[in-house]
Design a protein around this ligand. Structure first.
Ligand SMILES: Cc1ncc(COP(=O)(O)O)c(C=O)c1O
Length: 462
């Protein structure tokens, strides 16, 4: 039995898969400040037109440019691995496969889209990209892509992570990017937050406001903003993960998986693995598809589905999504990449349809799973990834109780070698579990009353 299923470079998928083409009920459109759907030209100060076209595309397949593939070959096709040592430890009849996205130079799935985004921006004549980052994975992925494609890069890093994860900043500097802690005193949005909440740990919502402001106020017009998750085109670029995994499962002699799992912050690594299999589910396959989030930031499992801004300063269009409110300041859990207040509209639409079964875990349970993983499979996973590992273990244990040979596939979204402080806190019993209290949820979602409601659309098939 092969433990690693490798594809040749010539087997790499040459098109991304766009789930929007196959959704049983269409997505609600993003809205502008006047409550009317935004038009592509309204997004033009923020994103280049070639990416806006992808954002609104209804084409099922979109070609991956040759130059993007040439960069992706540095680590793609990524291996699909069978977690045989974990299976043995759990004494489960389940076969557990994972797509190893930790192989990329920055160490996660994020460069699948950062490379594509930097490429399309450069093609459009853009010279500089700005962005936000939580854990630092996305910031380092964009820094890496900009350095290969010759763009300048400025990263606003959520302050709590800036302090907790100093090595990610150094990685960004090595790739030539400029990284500052957010809220910063460099933007109006940052200064306003600092005046009101000088000790705030920061949030992705605030960092996004700062990055957008810096992009749209560049008088040369040659700066754009880049987002590492949530948007349709970002999820699109990540589908290379699931498309490769399909070929690899077939090569391993498997049919479709019974269970597909990914951790979900803004939804991109989960969607990247899951969307190609979601197409099978829409066409009748019986697959349990599970996005996993922290109980401290329970977007899909507890937050209302409503129109909301993507950032704290209310500069983005309104998106229909499960949201904890744009003012949400998440508790400082270690999975920095899973602390966003919203969730990708495409993922939310599938949750509403009943195509996905979201689940939420406490961080101690996830670190326990991460330790089991490290002591069986050997690798040290990112705190975000540990949520997927915990779900895979839980499902493998259920398969054991049921005596069923289930095929479990999950996304190993990144390594945790830059995130060891969370492991340190866990090993010294200093990690606390935090479940967002109802009063906090109500406090943060109160402002939504002033924004348009979003209709929950369901075909009723799932
Ligand atoms: C390793 C890793 N996994 C998962 C995530 C969550 O992001 P997304 O939901 O967009 O995949 C992040 C975000 O920073 C990350 O660094």
């Amino acid at each position: 039995m092969e433990k690693k299923i490798l594809l040749k470079e010539s087997d790499i998928p040459r098109q991304w898969y766009n789930l929007a083409a196959d959704l049983p009920t269409p997505l609600l459109p993003p809205l502008g400040p006047d409550g009317k759907p935004v038009t592509p030209d309204m997004l033009a100060p923020v994103f280049p037109m070639n990416l806006i076209e992808q954002e609104v595309s209804a084409e099922r397949w979109i070609d991956i440019p040759e130059e993007v593939l040439n960069i992706l070959y540095r680590w793609r096709p990524a291996p699909l691995k069978r977690a045989v040592y974990l299976e043995k430890h759990l004494k489960t009849p389940a076969r557990i496969y994972y797509k190893d996205e930790s192989y990329s130079p920055p160490g996660s799935h994020k460069p699948n889209t950062s490379v594509a985004q930097a490429y399309y921006n450069r093609e459009f004549g853009i010279k500089k990209l700005t962005t936000e980052t939580g854990a630092g994975q996305w910031g380092s992925a964009l820094a890496f892509a900009c350095s290969l494609l010759g763009l300048e890069c400025k990263v606003f890093m959520v302050r709590i992570s800036f302090t907790q994860k100093p090595f990610r900043k150094i990685m960004m500097a090595v790739w030539g990017a400029n990284c500052v802690a957010s809220p910063s005193s460099e933007t109006n949005a940052g200064r306003k937050v600092l005046e009101e909440l000088p000790d705030t740990p920061g949030s992705l919502g605030i960092a996004i406001s700062e990055a957008i402001e810096e992009a749209v106020t560049d008088p040369s017009g040659k700066t754009r903003y880049s987002l590492g998750s949530v948007l349709n085109h970002v999820l699109l670029h990540q589908t290379i993960i699931g498309l490769e995994a399909k070929k690899q499962l077939e090569a391993a002699g498997e049919k479709l998986p019974d269970i597909v799992i990914g951790c979900a912050g803004g939804g991109s690594n989960f969607a990247g693995l899951a969307f190609p299999f979601t197409a099978d589910k829409i066409n009748g396959a019986d697959i349990k598809i599970m996005p996993v989030e922290p109980k401290a930031c329970p977007t899909m499992t507890r937050a209302p589905f409503h129109y909301d801004f993507g950032d704290t300063a209310c500069t983005t269009p309104l998106m229909a999504m499960h949201t904890l409110g744009h003012a949400f300041i998440p508790p400082p859990i270690h999975a920095g990449g899973l602390r966003y207040h919203g969730m990708a509209p495409l993922v939310c639409q599938c949750v509403n349809e009943g195509l996905f079964e979201p689940r939420a875990y406490h961080q101690n349970k996830c670190y326990e799973a991460a330790l089991t993983w490290a002591r069986t499979e050997g690798a040290i996973c990112a705190p975000e990834t540990s949520h997927a590992v915990a779900a895979a273990i839980e499902e493998a244990e259920t398969a054991k109780q049921e005596g069923k040979e289930k095929v479990i596939l999950f996304n190993y979204s990144g390594h945790g070698l830059m995130d060891l402080s969370g492991y340190d806190a866990y090993l010294s019993n200093q990690l606390t579990d935090y479940e967002l209290p109802d009063e906090e949820l109500q406090k943060y979602t109160k402002d939504l009353e002033n924004l348009p409601e979003a209709e929950v659309r369901k075909s009723g098939k799932w």
